[in-house]
Design a protein around this ligand. Sequence first.
Ligand code: AMP
Ligand code: MG
Length: 338
Amino acid sequence: MKKRLCTALLSVLLPLSACAAPAAEEHSQLLLAMDTVMTVTAYGPEGEEAVQAACGRIRELESLLSVTDPDSEVYAVNHSGGAPVEVSADTAALTARALELCADTAGALDVTVYPVVRAWGFTTGDYRVPGEEELTALLERVDYRQVKLEAERLSVPEGVELDLGAVAKGYTGDQVCALLEQAGVTSAKLELGGNVQLLGSKPDGSLWRVAVRDPEGEGYVGIVEAADRAVITSGGYERFFEEGGETYWHIIDPASGRPARSGLVSVTVMARSGVTADALSTALFVMGREKAEEYWHARRDFECILIGADGTVTITPGLRDSFTLAGEGRTLEIWDET
Ligand code: AMP
Ligand code: MG
C-alpha cells in the first residue's frame, strides 16, 4: 500500500522536476557597516557558511579602514604626528591601488580631501558652507602625493588626512566576492549601499539586472544587465544639504574644495574590479561629461552610465545592448567607438 503511494507520488513529481529545475537555495544577510546598509546574498549549499564568513570579513575591513573609528589603522596613520605606521596587507593594498587611481585621474580622485569634506559637515551632519579663506587654507592640506607607502609602512605629514571612503566599499566587494568564490559559491550578489557586486550570473544562468536609480526621484532611470561585475554609482543625491536655494553634495572637487559641479548628478561605473569602479564613479563625477569621455577613450577598461543635470543619459558603446532606459522622456547618448 505504502509502496504504491510512493510510486504514484513519483509519477506526479517526476514530470514536474523535468520541466522546472529546483530553485537554488538562497542565503542572505543584512548588515549595517561602513555607514550604510549592506546585503550579502549567495546561492547554493555553500552559501550559508560563506555568507557568515563574508559578514565577518566586512566587519574586519570596516575596523581597519574607517576614518572615524579611533581603533582603525587609517585613524592611526592620521594621528601619528607624521610617523609611519605598520598597517595590514589590506590597508596597504587598497592604499597603493587608490594612489594609482588618484594619479591616473589627475587628482579628480584625491584620498586626502577629508579635511575639506569635514569642513562642509559631511562627516557629522552639521552642515555649513565654509568661507573662501577657510577653503584655501584647507586645500593646502589636500594632496594625495603626500601619502607615503613603503611596503606596509604608511604615513601622511601632520595635517594631511587619508580617507579611503571613496574606494573602501569597492575593495570590500572585491574581497567578499573572492572569499565567496573560494568557498565554492558560483552565484552571489552584494549590495553595499549604492554599490552592487555580482559573482557569476544568477543561479538559473541568466544575467543579473541592476537598476540605476533616478537621481531626482524614487524610481530608476534604467536597467543594466551584467554578470561577474561591479556596478557602482556615485550620486549627488546620496548625501547633501540645501542652503540659500543651493544644493551642496558630498562629492568634492579637490581643485576647488567645493562640491563638484560638473553638470553630472549621477555616475555609474561597471568594471571587473570593485576598487576601480568605485574610484572612477567618484572621479568621473568630478570630471564631468567631456573629461570623462576623454578618460574612457584613453582607458576603455570600464563601462559607464552618466546622468546629467539636464536629464541626458550618456553610456559607453559597450552598454548598447545591456542597458535599457526605463520609461520615456530621456535622451540617450552613446559615445563613439573611436
Ligand atoms: P563615493 O560615494 O564612492 O562617491 O565616495 C564619496 C565619499 O568620498 C565622500 O563621502 C567623501 O568622504 C569622499 N570624497 C568626496 N570627494 C572625493 C574626491 N574627489 N576624492 C576622494 N574622495 C572623495
Ligand atoms: Mg566611489
